[in-house]
Design a protein around this ligand. Structure first.
Ligand SMILES: [Zn+2]
Ligand SMILES: [Zn+2]
Length: 673
């Protein structure tokens, strides 16, 4: 079984019946390709045959195929007239297919090296795949990785086909009983007869819904990355298995490049740089996943917060403040208690019988109550309530990671309550705000994902058809008007409304989801929010959740790694360093640094008894944006000699000219704010 979530429907329905019918009638099938062209083929043709009919070169790169929206083995016969997209390494789903197939290959290697190994689940993940295995008494460590990689390489070169087979539940159970793999047997319990498939390559057979690559020769380079413990089915009460992470590539060169990138990512790791830059720390006593912000980190946060506050003020937001806890009834009303209550921090009890509070997991319910605190008219809308609200969400300790997965974090949250006819305009404004943030942080490579309802099944969505149509159109129009590069995902909308997410590529080409804008029809209804319309009737407002940074913690982690700790001038902890030429000028240097502080410029003094050349070199290495050199001439004239990092000498200028220069740069970076 390959996916952790057997409910997410990778299973392919048997199509043999349909195929026979087509064959009997000797009808050609029509295949619609992504460019809209339609080609005709004999029944029984596979996606791979279609690829070959286009070019052999293409066929060599096809990993799987999307048929009528479903990812399938490229070698399976097409089910009749269909839309077809051939998936290669350049498609996320193609990568996924290669990695999922590689998990099977690694399992085959492990079984060959360590007979008796039992297998849990082995899904593809964002970068590669893992397999959870039970090695019995044996353990494996980094020293074993090379042998596993070598075995994978040997098996891959055999060009073994991945063969799909539908099996009855009884036969499947018999197979894994014989093999003695209790994990697969347990997974089988959750599957119905008629939906069970096996995939076999070489000597290894797995319970799996597929899809897979045609054969193992597509896997050209393998690297086992790490080993960790993982509880069976994520349950701390069950057995701890060994989780082996690995990644594979269709070319050796791609693996080599990936390893270089990883090295660079290690250097930029925000946990490492956060320590070096003195930004934040963690304490076991305070608790895992609860970051402590140090003075420099706090100042950096404050700069981000002030930037956002200024932008929001310009856009008509109003700041509110709400407590860190809320009565349990609040979350029963919001629905969070039902949905997440069991997996959250548990209620706080008071000496009063029956009084229960929850740590705030999100700010929205509190803001709904602010909206409801007085009658609202259509003229009051939109109402934009903003709060830098700190929220708490329980995460398993194994899931915690630096600042990107924490248990307490601060959102730059706001909720826009508006009329249905105002959704588009509000979206445009929020998009502008998100783009302002990206510009200020030098994030220039992004696209927007628009998540809409499933095209066919609309049963799970709440809210009226008319409102959904209006909101979906509003998002699409707003994104188009702003000239965003977008892609639409049908079926990815939340049950309570459509949304727009920005996918940002960082300096290492990694994708981060930032700046979600989400329409919500659910909470206003649950909280019975209303406004009096121009028709004097009562209406339910539309609620929009938005947080351009998302959480300050995660956002700061992203910008540390994106900038390698070299923040833009407006944000960086130290904008300038004053370098006295000798001890004689230290006093003047200190005075200069103090006067810069009065002009809102952050500067320190290098008071070391070093030669000026050495001080300049060190400041260049530290990548401090500006170096201000003070010697006899400067001290006498009240000027500074300015060097810019990476630019060199800017000449001697009055102090005022330098502060003007910095202020002008900062204002430009902040889009005039
Ligand atoms: Zn599988
Ligand atoms: Zn919200």
């Amino acid at each position: 079984m390959c996916s952790q979530n057997p409910a997410n429907g990778y299973f392919c329905r048997p199509v043999r019946g349909l195929f026979v019918e087509f064959a009997a009638l000797n009808m050609k099938i029509k295949v619609t390709l992504p460019d809209g062209s339609v080609r005709e083929f004999e029944p029984g043709v596979s996606a791979m045959d279609v690829a070959r009919s286009i070019s052999e070169g293409l066929a060599r790169n096809v990993l799987s195929a999307k048929v009528n929206g479903e990812v399938r083995d490229a070698n399976r016969p097409l089910p009749g007239d269909c839309t077809l997209q051939l998936l290669t390494w350049n498609d996320a789903e193609g990568k996924s297919t290669l990695w999922h197939s590689s998990a099977h290959l690694m399992a085959e290697a492990l079984e060959a090296l360590y007979p008796g190994t039992k297998f849990g689940i082995g899904p593809p993940i964002e970068n590669g795949f893992y397999y959870d295995i039970d090695l019995g008494e044996r353990t494996i460590g980094e020293g074993d990785f090379a042998a596993i990689e070598a075995k994978m390489k040997e098996l891959a070169s055999k060009k073994e086909a991945y063969v799909r087979k539908e099996v009855s539940k009884a036969d499947a159970i018999a197979y894994f009983k014989e093999k003695g793999d209790e994990y697969k047997l347990e997974l089988l319990e959750g599957l119905a007869d008629g939906e069970i498939t096996f995939y076999t390559q070489g000597n290894f057979t797995d319970l799996c819904r597929g899809p897979h690559i045609p054969d193992t020769s597509f896997i050209k380079a393998s690297k086992v990355m790490s080993v960790a413990g993982a509880y069976w089915r994520g349950d701390e009460k069950r057995k701890q298995l060994t989780r082996l992470y690995a990644i594979t590539f269709p070319k050796q060169k791609e693996l080599d490049e990936y390893l270089v990138l990883l090295e660079e990512a290690k250097k930029r790791d925000h946990r490492k740089l956060g320590k070096e830059l003195d930004l934040f720390t963690f304490s076991e006593k305070v608790g895992a996943g609860l970051p402590l912000w140090l003075p420099k980190g706090t100042a950096l946060r404050e700069r981000l917060i002030n930037f956002m506050k200024n932008a929001q003020e310009r856009d008509g937001y109003e700041q509110v403040a709400t407590p860190h806890i809320g009565g349990k009834a609040l979350y029963v009303t919001s629905g969070h208690w039902d949905k997440y209550g069991k997996d959250s921090f548990q209620p706080i009890h008071t000496p009063n019988e029956g009084e229960e509070f929850m740590l705030k997991p999100m700010n929205c319910p509190h803001h709904c109550e602010i909206y409801a605190s007085r009658p609202r008219s259509y003229k009051d809308l939109p109402l934009r309530l903003a709060e830098f609200g700190t929220v708490y969400r329980y995460e398993q300790s194994g899931e915690l990671h630096g600042l990107t997965r924490v248990r307490g974090f601060t959102q730059d949250d706001a909720h826009l309550f508006c009329r249905p006819d105002q959704v588009k305009e509000e979206f445009i404004k929020v998009i502008d705000l998100v783009l302002l943030v990206f510009k200020a942080l030098d994030m220039n490579d992004y696209e927007a994902q628009i998540s809409l309802r499933d095209k066919v099944d609309r049963s799970k969505y709440i809210g009226s058809e008319a409102n959904w149509e209006k909101a979906e159109a509003a998002i699409i129009d707003a994104a188009a008007e702003k000239g965003l590069k977008t892609f639409v995902e049908y079926g990815e909308a939340a049950f309570y409304g459509p949304k727009l997410d920005f996918m940002v590529k960082d300096a290492l080409g990694r994708r981060w989801q930032l700046g979600t804008i989400q329409v919500d029809y659910n909470l206003p209804e649950r909280f019975e929010l209303e406004y009096v319309g121009s028709d004097n009737a009562r209406h339910c407002p539309v609620m929009i959740h938005r947080a351009p940074f998302g959480s300050l913690e995660r956002f700061i982690a992203v910008i540390i790694e994106h900038t390698a700790g070299r923040f833009p001038l407006w944000l960086t902890p130290e904008q300038a360093v004053v370098l006295p030429i000798s001890d004689k000028y230290v006093d003047q240097a200190r005075q200069l640094s103090a006067s810069l502080k009065d002009s809102d410029i952050r500067a320190s003094v290098d008071e070391r008894n070093e030669k000026i050349g050495r001080k300049i070199r060190d400041a260049e290495l530290a990548k401090t944006p500006f170096m201000l050199i003070i010697g006899e001439k400067e001290a006498a004239e009240g000027t500074v000699s300015v060097r810019e990092h990476g630019q060199g000498d800017l000449g001697t200028m009055p102090v005022k000219a330098f502060t003007d220069l910095v202020h002008a740069r900062v204002t430009a970076q902040l889009g005039g704010l």
